[in-house]
Ligand binder design. Structure first.
Ligand code: G4P
Length: 287
């Protein structure tokens, strides 16, 4: 799904999320573990405000484990609990309810002290398109999707999905926009497949990806494309991969679009192994 984010859409998305946040106890902010900063909404802190939150580093199965651990520490240092998960297979999901209970203990203890009947923790999943929100909701809900119906006093009808007995989720996630005005963010989103290739130039995306791999995962590049050594120039790297894989045009020229498609397809299919495209150290100076 490609959403065109215009100012009107962004304002509407924000309004909808703000309304939903009023109904819940805790926000699950879903990001892509390979690009946790670039796959966030730029106004997320302001939108979530003081509501408790857990950052869920999804698609951790595709990310570099070592870097994911660094990201978990990075968020922890900012007092934001973070968990690495894989919504597709369910890895890490058990921790979500357990951690939510810890974070909300005080609130629920206070409610109990006031004589309020115990109830399930209410949560909302928020994230930019394609981070895995629907996959996560379906996975958490398992087969026993139970719609508990509308809540009185709520203007827009919201459906709740039970996750075990202790947690319930709003069945539609909060969808927010990425920081797309930043070119680098765009390239990272495109490389990981979060945005359609047509939005950015295919060869530019591949230049970004190759440059990143050359700097951070040179051995993986060499191994995958059987390269004795990595050429200095990115164009030469393109040429070598194109030649090795037979991405040629008439006259013996390299077909750069075909080469780009091949490289990006292989990165997204984890053919170069598990990769992370940003590290906390790249963001330290911004804090
Ligand atoms: P959204 O609601 O946030 O927009 O995302 P959605 O659940 O539709 O997930 C987007 C794609 O990401 C889906 O692939 C989904 O299977 C995949 N995905 C979600 N969570 C995980 C995860 O933890 N690990 C992995 N490896 N993949 C995950 P898709 O439908 O095949 O779309 P696409 O691959 O063609 O983009």
């Amino acid at each position: 799904m490609t959403i065109q984010w215009f100012p009107g859409h962004m304002a509407k998305a924000r309004r909808q999320v703000t309304e939903k946040i009023k109904l819940i106890d805790i926000v699950f902010e879903l990001v892509d573990a390979r690009i946790p900063m670039s796959s966030r909404n730029p106004m997320i802190d302001e939108i979530i405000s003081t509501k408790p939150r857990i950052v869920l580093l999804n698609k951790a199965d595709k990310a570099d484990d070592f870097i994911t651990k660094q990201w978990i520490s990075y968020f922890k240092e900012q007092n934001i609990p973070a968990i690495a998960i894989d919504a597709q297979t369910g890895t890490g999901l058990k921790q979500i309810t357990a951690l939510s209970k810890v974070l909300l203990k005080e609130k629920f203890d206070k409610m109990a002290a006031k004589g309020i009947k115990p109830r399930a923790i209410r949560a909302l999943i928020i994230g930019i398109p394609n981070v895995g929100k629907s996959t996560l909701i379906n996975r958490l809900a398992k087969r026993n999707i139970t719609k508990t119906g509308d809540r009185p006093g709520v203007t827009t009808a919201q459906q709740w999905v039970k996750v075990g007995t202790e947690l319930e989720l709003l069945d539609t996630p909060g969808i927010l926009w990425p920081k797309f005005e930043d070119e680098l963010v765009g390239y990272k989103l495109a490389t990981t497949g979060a945005i359609k290739d047509a939005i950015l130039n295919l060869q530019d995306i591949t230049v970004f990806a190759l440059r990143f791999l050359k700097d951070h995962y040179p051995n993986r590049l060499q191994e995958r494309y059987n390269l004795e050594e990595l050429p200095e120039e990115i164009v030469s790297l393109f040429d070598e991969i194109g030649k090795k894989r037979g991405c040629m045009m008439q006259g013996g020229y390299i077909d750069y679009d075909k080469t780009s498609e091949l490289i990006l397809r292989e990165i997204r299919a984890d053919k170069l192994g598990r990769l992370s495209f940003e590290t906390p150290s790249q963001f330290d100076h911004e804090d």
